[in-house]
Structures are given as C-alpha cells and as structure tokens.
Design a protein around this ligand. Structure first.
Ligand SMILES: Nc1ncnc2c1ncn2[C@@H]1O[C@H](COP(=O)(O)OP(=O)(O)OP(=O)(O)O)[C@@H](O)[C@H]1O
Ligand SMILES: [Mg+2]
Length: 269
C-alpha cells in the first residue's frame, strides 16, 4: 500500500447553510500528482483550502502526515501551512516587489537564512522555473505565464513536501499552459514533491495526473488512474472526462429548476 500523506476523512464544509462538501473521503499518496476534477462550483477550491489548513472542516477531518488538522493548535496549524507550498488561482504576487523579492519573501519570513544564502536560494528557484533572467522585474512587466512561474518559484522556496495548485493553467494560452504542466511534472519528478492539482482542463489533467478524483456538487464521484477514468462505467464520469455535450450533467441542468441553477442544489439546511 502506498503511504497516504494526506487523508481526507469524511470532510464536510457548510457555507451559509449549504453543504459545499459532503463527507469527502480520499487520500493523497506520497510522491504522486493527484488531480482534483469537477465542474465550476463543485467544491474543488474549497477542498484544497481544507487540505492546506486555511479553512476548517465543519464535519470530518483532514489528517496530514499523521496529524489531525482539526485538533491542531493555531501555532501547529501555522507550522503545517508553512510546510506546504501553494500556487493560488490568481498567482497572487506582490506588485510593488521584484520577482526575486517575491520569491525571497517566505524565506525572509519563515527561515533563519542569511541574506547571502537567500539570494542563492532565490536564484536556484528562479532557475528551476526558467525565470532567472527576469529576477529584477516587477510582476507588471511580465506575462501571465511568467507570473504563474514566479508564483511557483515562491511556492517552492521553502522546499515544501506537498505542493497545492489551484487552476495553474487558467487563463493561459495552450502552449504556455503545456509549459506549466511540464514544470509541474518536472518538480514532481526531480524534487519528489507530492502534488495536488485542481483543474477542469482535461488535456492538462491527463498530461500531469498519476491519479484523479472527480467531484460533483460537493460529492465524491470517482477516483482512479487516467486510464481507469477514461474507461469508467459511470456516465457522469464519462461525460466529464470526455467533455461531452450529452449526458447526465447536461440532462440534469435541463431538467433542473431555474432556482437550482441560480443557487445550487437544495439540501444542507
Ligand atoms: N467563503 C465562502 N462563503 C460562501 N460560499 C462559498 C465560500 N467559498 C466557496 N463558496 C461556495 O462553495 C461552492 C464551491 O466553491 P469552490 O470555489 O470550492 O468551487 P470550485 O469547484 O473551485 O469552482 P471553480 O471551478 O469555479 O473555481 C460555490 O457555490 C461557492 O459559491
Ligand atoms: Mg476554484
């Protein structure tokens, strides 16, 4: 059995009386790239936030490296958050700082390294994402794909054991998106880092995934290797994986009331 570094134990999240995640049970295994799939609003980013420890479960728990996030003190949770790397949907760089300073930030805040060493580490991280030549530029001077790379360099600054990505290729052209995917694969293979990637882009998912999990309206639907997902019997999985216009997802939308379309599924109240 592979070792589970993160165990999602029937995690439930409720916002404003709505069940956004409904008793999700899944594992992330050491060294793998796990892709979380699902339509818009299915709860992918929320699940990622629970695993990162930014948001607490309302039911169930997340066990990370054998420790319950639910039982951690604020200080322990803070230490856990520092031990993982996160690349947010937006990239989230500080616009007034150079790329190098953005990458140096976590090192200055959370390590005791000297400025000389930090400078070397920053160069190494920027080299890893192909941005060493752009170290002194401001975020506004570089392209969207380069911003994602810079965000990634910052996410790996403290050598995280797990890297979380939320829609790493959102808003990028197909070639740049493929480059980011290659970078995710390289970091996984070269650094041996465990990766959890949220996406709804199937091309990207099939390029990078060792395993996939599909969520739908806050519920776990299926998991498996890319091949298992391609050959899955559940018509919902089949429709999502192949991006088909006909199937249970679209039937439901046509049958569903206008209210459900606007406010999501009933329940959780
Ligand atoms: N802080 C919050 N307060 C209230 N509702 C929230 C909050 N965060 C998320 N939600 C709701 O939870 C549901 C799932 O949101 P989430 O962002 O996890 O979806 P997602 O799968 O990441 O979607 P997308 O693909 O559009 O990014 C949505 O209906 C959203 O409105
Ligand atoms: Mg999201």
């Amino acid at each position: 059995m592979p070792e589970a570094v993160i165990e999602v134990m029937n995690a439930t999240k409720i916002y404003e009386g709505r069940t956004i995640l409904d008793s999700i049970r899944m594992d992330v295994f050491r060294g793998e790239t796990l892709v979380i799939l699902g339509g818009s609003g299915s709860g992918k980013s929320t699940l990622l936030r629970l695993m990162i420890g930014n948001v607490r479960c309302d039911g169930g728990d997340i066990i990370a490296f054998g420790e319950s996030l639910g039982k951690m003190t604020p200080k322990e949770l803070d230490d856990y958050r520092k031990s993982v790397g996160v690349l947010f949907q937006s990239g989230a760089l500080y616009n007034s700082m150079t790329i190098a300073d953005n990458v140096a930030l976590p090192l200055r805040e959370h390590s005791n390294l000297s400025e000389e060493i930090i400078e070397i580490v920053v160069k190494m991280k920027l080299e890893q994402v192909g941005l060493r030549q752009h170290a002194e530029k401001l975020p506004s001077m570089i392209s969207g794909g380069m911003k994602k790379r810079a965000g990634l360099a910052r996410a790996i600054a403290l050598d995280p054991k797990v890297l979380f990505y939320d829609e790493p290729s959102a808003g990028l052209d197909p070639v740049t998106s493929a480059e980011i995917d290659q970078l995710i694969i390289d970091l996984n293979k070269k650094m041996g880092v465990t990766s959890v990637v949220v996406t709804h882009e199937m091309d990207s998912a099939f390029r990078i995934a060792d395993r996939m999990v599909l969520l739908d309206r806050g519920k776990f639907i299926a998991d498996g290797t890319p091949d298992e997902m391609r050959n899955h019997k559940d018509p919902l999985v089949h429709q999502f994986v192949f991006g088909l216009a006909e199937g249970p997802l679209t039937d439901r939308r046509r049958a569903g009331g206008y209210e459900e379309d606007l406010f999501g599924p009933p329940g959780g109240l």
